[in-house]
Design a protein around this ligand. Structure first.
Ligand code: MN
Length: 437
């Protein structure tokens, strides 16, 4: 378990002035990682760390870079077009690098003048998917989402009997994961409208987003060796935002008996920034369940889980239609929820995924599943917000939506706030729907 240390001290400030603004996502206490190059350049992609409105090029630290020790080894892994090498080194290396970066970037650092040339404004950077993602698994950890969606698909049995025992997931598709700014082509697929006698192939009419977090695996495990719950978070590097775009009409027809397939594998959008578990240490919360619910099986239960297995991360989704964009109307918030409300924790996802011996590798991605809260306005998808497309959402200038229209941009955000600590954020994961081919 990562602990709170001197890098979380809320009084620390950075010589990068923009990092000290109160609503900045990337103060000195955050230090999220990304993969980037200067926009329009042919420079190699490499790893950087977010500070204020800039990204610090981790391959350009020069004389400020440590020469030996775990921080030097971690930094060496950053001269690569993906974070996999850094992720593979495990939490001790990530912590050493965080402590070094915290020193280098804080107000009064002797290296400030030399490092200024290693800063690239985020507005002038092009970002990439932060890791080579070998495998992607999407969980279903919000019981509020599972119940609301279940009610629409199966009114007689909203929550399936396995839900309170098994952290449900499906194997997703890594090839179509893109980074924020992604253009998402409306997919076509088999549609079976209510009352029709046979399905037809057509562009989806019920295109939706899903408000999720992504979990990047750090050190992997050997095939055949399960990761026990108490050590599960030692295998997690950090979290990002994740939009699991979903074609609800395709999904409704295809999902039984084997779960989602073409309804979801056409696109997934992640944020460029990976917020480490080290940065999230101040925002832990007890993991708990309603007293009437069954306790998890022993391999999914433990003291650390109960004491601090949950994370207090606020999540939000906003929409910007093509017309709003033309008129300069800012994106309109659709809903908010919190990762604290999920039914299954990070550690439970990892322990369950590997209990049969399945091997996870550095850079593998787990989705948390749509994060919906207990209140109707905390729905993490349009499917839930509109009651299955029956109650349209009205936007500020009179437009309405049941599902997404061509030209719509969906913007996911997340942030953590707690009294006595500096607020940190995740940046954004934005994607825009373009017309079917
Ligand atoms: Mn999902």
């Amino acid at each position: 378990m990562r602990s709170i240390d001197a890098t979380h001290d809320p009084s620390l400030t950075s010589w990068v002035d923009s990092a000290n603004l109160p609503q900045c996502d990337f103060p000195l206490q955050n230090l999220p990682f990304a993969v980037f190059r200067r926009s329009g350049s042919r420079e190699p992609l490499r790893c950087g760390v977010g500070i204020g409105d800039a990204v610090l090029d981790l391959t350009a630290l020069g004389a400020a870079a440590p020469r030996s020790g775990p921080a030097a080894e971690a930094l060496g892994a950053c001269a690569a077009p993906a974070l996999n090498g850094l992720m593979a080194l495990g939490p001790a290396a990530a912590l050493a690098l965080r402590q070094t970066l915290s020193q280098l970037l804080r107000t009064g650092s002797a290296h400030a003048a030399a490092l200024a040339s290693a800063l690239v404004p985020q507005a002038q950077a092009q970002f990439a998917v932060p890791a080579r993602i070998g495998d992607y698994t999407d969980f279903y950890t919000s019981i509020h989402h599972a119940t609301a969606v279940g009610r629409l698909f199966r009114p007689d049995q909203p929550l399936l009997p396995n839900y309170q025992w098994v952290p449900i997931a499906y194997h997703g598709r890594a090839s179509s994961i893109g980074v924020s700014g992604q253009q998402v082509r409306r997919p076509q697929g088999q549609l079976m409208p209510r009352g029709a006698e046979r399905p037809h192939l057509a562009p989806s009419e019920r295109l939706d987003y899903e408000l999720e977090l992504g979990v990047f695996i750090g050190a992997g495990n050997t095939l055949g060796d399960p990761i026990p719950l108490e050590r599960a978070e030692q295998h997690v590097f950090g979290l990002c935002l994740l939009n699991d775009w979903s074609a609800r009409d395709v999904q409704a027809w295809e999902y039984q008996p084997l779960g989602p397939f073409l309804a979801k594998n056409f696109a997934t959008t992640v944020s460029p920034w990976v917020v480490t578990l080290e940065a999230l240490a101040p925002f832990r919360a007890p993991w708990q369940r309603p007293a009437a619910d069954p306790a998890p099986l022993a391999y999914l239960d433990g003291q650390t889980l109960r004491a601090s297995g949950a994370l207090d991360i606020s999540l939000g989704v906003a929409l910007e239609t093509a017309r709003m964009r033309e008129r300069g109307v800012p994106p309109v918030p659709l809903s908010r929820s919190n990762f604290r409300d999920c039914y299954w924790s990070l550690a439970q996802m990892v322990a369950h995924h590997t209990v049969n011996g399945c091997n996870l590798a550095p850079g593998d991605l787990l989705g948390t599943g749509t994060q919906s809260g207990p209140q109707p306005q905390e729905a993490g998808s349009l499917l839930e917000l509109t009651g299955g497309g029956k109650q349209p959402v009205t936007l500020p200038d009179g437009e309405t939506r049941t599902f997404l229209a061509d030209g719509d941009s969906v913007i996911l955000r997340a942030w953590c706030e707690r009294a006595g600590f500096r607020r940190i954020g995740f940046g954004e994961a934005a994607g825009t729907v373009c017309p079917a081919r």
